[in-house]
Design a protein around this ligand. Sequence first.
Ligand SMILES: Cc1ncc(COP(=O)(O)O)c(C=O)c1O
Ligand SMILES: N[C@@H](CCCC[NH3+])C(=O)O
Length: 430
Amino acid sequence: MARHHMSLQQPDPPRIDADAWFDGVDLRELAARYPTPFYAYSANAIRTRIRGLQQALAGLNYAICYAVKANSNLAVLQLMAAEGVGADIVSSGELWRSLHAGIPAQRIVFSGVGKTEQEMAEALAAGIQRFNVESADELEALERLASSLHVTAHAAVRINPDVDALTHAKISTGKAENKFGVSIAEARRWFARAGSMHHVKLDGLHVHIGSQMLSVAPIREALARVAAFWRELEAAGHALNSIDVGGGLGVRYRYGHDEPVTPEAYASAIRDHLGAFKGRILLEPGRYLVGEAGVLLTRVVRIKQGDTHRFVVLDAAMNDLLRPSLYDAWHDIVPLVPRPGPSQACDIVGPVCETGDTFARGRMLPPLEAGDLVMIRTSGAYGSSMSSTYNSRPLVAELLLDEGRHAIVRRRQTFEDMIAGEQPARWETV
Ligand SMILES: Cc1ncc(COP(=O)(O)O)c(C=O)c1O
Ligand SMILES: N[C@@H](CCCC[NH3+])C(=O)O
């Protein structure tokens, strides 16, 4: 079943041949063995992305903290741990997963606009030292909690630089109207008062302006603003030991159309603006490391020819891959059983009872028949991690591929799994 004719070198994305081989595995054989829908991830593609980024950053004092939310499967996190990659987490659940996968606490950074005190206390108790802080009361809470646990925490202010990431409005995070971060003016006031804290060292800056950025210009603009602020702080006598540049690098959703920022262009933006920084530069890539490394395999349930539209109904749905419904996001949809005949405009839909359960509208596709295998590309990021059991559809399986081998890294949920935790009402009064 193994074949090694797929090049995974940077800057090319991991390729999936027309004949459906992915990381040395024939996806058609895989789908003959495991019921669709399921996700398949290429370990090689993930490693290639990590190493490409590491190569581009060589010479800088940096650390990569993978944004766990992009794909939080334990095996993916274990792969990150094996490559020496840390984690960027936003919840106790992500903390637990990351530690469970073997990512050491010292390599974990805690981000997020709504950390609860309980989550912060749990993180401190687990040995997490670096917090990206987004509001004044969060900073006060961190000081209080660190004091009561007799530990020292390091805090980086998340700067909202008011830069347009030139991406979808729902995944843009660096404009003043977004809930994330604080203005440089507010951050300045925090540093002025930093001496009054005894258990929190305010010694870092953090910025993350949005996701799926396909242009380096907004990244440069945000870095320039952060760099100017770092120099201002340094001149005022504040020693910084980290600058976290967030994530946000885009990937190819539309092959032959999307042109992602290369790791080299990204690294040179970092070098140009932060090359002189003496502390550590943290990076929080999510999508970039796993997006193109995953596909969702699904089969055609039936073709439904309406009066005005031709519907291709798949066995995957919005509960399995939400991005098209939520952001009108484009994903390449590739039939893996080539059939001769002219392409036709189709609406590719799932079986869920929502009009929004649509993967693509008016997509030109070659002839398809019930049972045909179809691949939805670039589904490794924000695919399974955003899935749900809506319409009581069990969570699908996830498989990891590595040079001709495959492993089930999450089995398909059973109906019993799906209702675990639910119980008949046992009434009580408070
Ligand atoms: C603080 C932070 N860091 C990193 C990421 C990862 O983003 P991406 O997957 O676009 O690299 C996100 C999500 O957008 C985030 O909110
Ligand atoms: N979930 C989004 C991106 C948000 C990133 C998290 N801050 C997506 O699928 O594109």
